[in-house]
Write a protein that binds this ligand. Structure first.
Ligand code: HEC
Length: 171
């Protein structure tokens, strides 16, 4: 009997998956399941929890990244140099992982401050200001740019100043 039921089971799973995917794509503002969800941009998780939820999948819990395997640069021991440089700060607010985190400007500022506090280590420069919602909103309102080129520009200046810059595999 089991051999007869198995083909049905095999077929049922993909059908269920297709139905779920279809339901997800047609969900609009009036969808009752969706409107019951919290507004992610306004959810009051701590900055650390937002880091864990929205950043650590790529950057790791300790900010160690995976430069060689996945092109994710280390934050630990490096991110302070970017935070101390005006263009570096603009770059930090505009990297795709930060932009796509779906956090509002204040929560983006808070998670960036968490990253600097938790991971800058010796790369932190005294006098580095905290990120504010205003700074993040202004930088993110600038036209989209090639972040790889922007990083190269900032990295060249930091290196010339003797600041540490994490290895970055993209040409
Ligand atoms: C999908 C993977 C991914 C996620 C998620 C992600 N990042 Fe990144 N992050 C990267 C990559 C890759 C880079 C290198 C720049 C680039 O090529 O986009 C980077 C660069 C950075 C940098 C600049 C470091 C450097 O040396 O260039 C900072 C700061 C940063 N991310 C912070 C964050 C924060 C904060 C979050 C969460 C809100 C986040 N990232 C989410 C992949 C990710």
């Amino acid at each position: 009997m089991t051999s007869r039921t198995r083909p049905w089971r095999r077929a049922a799973l993909p059908i269920a998956a297709v139905a779920l995917a279809a339901a997800a794509t047609v969900a609009g503002p009036a969808d009752p399941v969706r409107s019951a969800q919290p507004d992610w941009a306004a959810t009051d998780y701590s900055p650390r929890t937002n880091y864990v939820l929205r950043c650590s999948g790529c950057h790791g819990l300790a900010g160690k990244g995976a430069a060689a395997k996945a092109g994710v640069p280390d934050l630990a021991g490096y991110v302070g140099a970017f935070a101390a440089d005006p263009d570096g700060r603009s770059y930090m607010t505009r990297v795709p992982g930060v932009r796509s985190a779906n956090l509002d400007a204040a929560r983006t500022a808070a998670v960036l401050n968490y990253v600097v506090e938790a991971f800058a280590g010796p790369s932190w420069k005294p006098g580095t200001p905290l990120f504010t919602a205003e700074e993040v909103a202004a930088a993110q309102a600038l036209p989209r740019t090639d972040v790889v080129a922007l990083r190269r520009h900032v990295a060249a200046r930091l290196k010339a100043d003797g600041a540490p810059v994490a290895p970055y595999p993209w040409p």
